[in-house]
Design a binder for this molecule. Sequence first.
Ligand SMILES: Cc1ncc(C[n+]2csc(CCOP(=O)(O)OP(=O)(O)O)c2C)c(N)n1
Ligand SMILES: [Mg+2]
Length: 568
Amino acid sequence: MVEKKQVFKNKKDITMQKKAASVFVQTLKNHGVDRFFCVPGESYLSVMDELLYSPGIEVVTCRHEGGAGFMAVADAKCTGRAGVAFVSRGPGATNASISVHSAHQGGIPMVLFVGQVNRISTGKMHLQEMDFLKTFSDMAKHVEQINNPSEIANVTARAFHIAESGIPGPVVIAIPTDVLEAKVNINDVKRIKINPPLAFPDKVNEISDILSKAKNPVLVVGGQIHSSTKAREFVRIVAENHKLPVLCTYEHQDIVSHNNIHYAGELGLRPPEPVRKNALEADVVLVVGHRFNGVPNMAYKFPSPNQTFIHVIPDPNAVGKVFRTNHGIVADCEDFLKQLSLVESKNIDNERDAWIKLCHERYLNNDATMSPKNANDGLDFAHLIDGLGELAPEDSIVTNDAGNFTSWMHHRFPFRSSMKLIGSEIGAMGMGIPAGIAAAIRFPNRQVFSLVGDGGALMTGSELATAVAQKAKIRVIVANNQHYGTIRYHQELHFPSREHYATNLVNPDFAKYGESFGLKCFTIEKVEEILPTIKKAMKVDGPSLIEFKMSLELNTSTTTITQLQMKK
Ligand SMILES: Cc1ncc(C[n+]2csc(CCOP(=O)(O)OP(=O)(O)O)c2C)c(N)n1
Ligand SMILES: [Mg+2]
């Protein structure tokens, strides 16, 4: 029963006696927060209580803070705004930390609120107490604990500003229980309006000239522009106007339609040789939106010292950090692309069309997109990806977990820029199912396919209960090869001719597992079952799951276990 909350004696009391939790909730709303993902805890009951009287924020109750955090990251990828998660003290925060790490390296805006012990208990190793400033200092863009109740609105507003500005990232805010419950005499705070840094038009013209005069330039896009529909359109126009092949960074290959002649491939994990050539043969490399740390630089080989490197990124600290940089442009990436799309390019060599065609053909004919093979121990995942490619509507959302099964998705699935790919830029297992749930709640009318391995499926599979509770129309596809197949691949590669330890898995019957949560489930054991089963799964008015009995022998889209063993 909802009871009347506070009895005020006179009007003055109303302004004097606001609960900090109340100001906090209103400040969240001012920042466009309409949903957060949580595992509740006794440390922030007052926030939940406040939401009862002040509706407008939907609370998605999750089964594990890792799931809640991944949902917040995925929600950010859907909206372009900070995704929000709420967890309780040390146990909740440490469970959620994988998503903070993922958002940090991926440059994804996120705010994680952590209920903290009362201030009087600080520094005493109180039950579940943790110094979050220390814990998250290497993982988050910013960490802060609100010790003064009067600061609650300001700090909350700044959290969103920091998470979303420059290169976005995760902000962790710890709030002691007694701070939330304190009475304050402050008002809620509105969103801080900040103009992002814009590129100087002269510099944009200079870059346009360099691109026009280049022989084999490439545009590399990813990171920050991934969640902007407008930026995708500017990428398309820039590629056409300036005659550029476009490479996409890891987990961002949906920025460009794969049937667009300008698409030159994905600089993901183990890119196929032809795609590597597209990158390495360029004379000018224009990277927009990505730090160019880690995966896309192909083990620090790209861009090489012989290539002119132009880096557009909204953070001066990211320029020249990893590579010698010829032109560093500290600017909002969408605006840079917009400006560049409006500059008329000149002096473009006629041979540029041939370069674009060559790059696209290399992508189309790369050795990772070979015809599906046969094996005795299960099906080639290529068949499933081909079926999905045939049936997925143009506005589909694909979420993916980590594992070798994704190699077919990365190299074979015909992404369109109208689709959305949501994966973890750190290759974190456990992202696939929660990400699908967050996307299905955000876009209830789009088909959402979540690709997971049998390993990842049981890392955050408990969130299937959340999918059922939320009536999220997610289609989970479990690529079941009964192994941590990726690690088995690395064992064969690096420690050949030995027993293979720790990589084979004992699994549940995934269809029965899903059914026990209330999902409609299917199993695919034959190639001819693929299309009818996907069609049936897509029609389910609620979450559905397909277990795909996959071969371990056909371990990646490029190699088989036997081939790896023959190399020994
Ligand atoms: C949270 C997390 N733990 C461990 C790893 C290391 N890892 C990468 S892939 C993988 C195996 C994935 O197995 P599965 O989901 O079955 O996919 P498969 O490799 O068989 O295709 C592991 C353990 C990781 N990336 N993330
Ligand atoms: Mg597996």
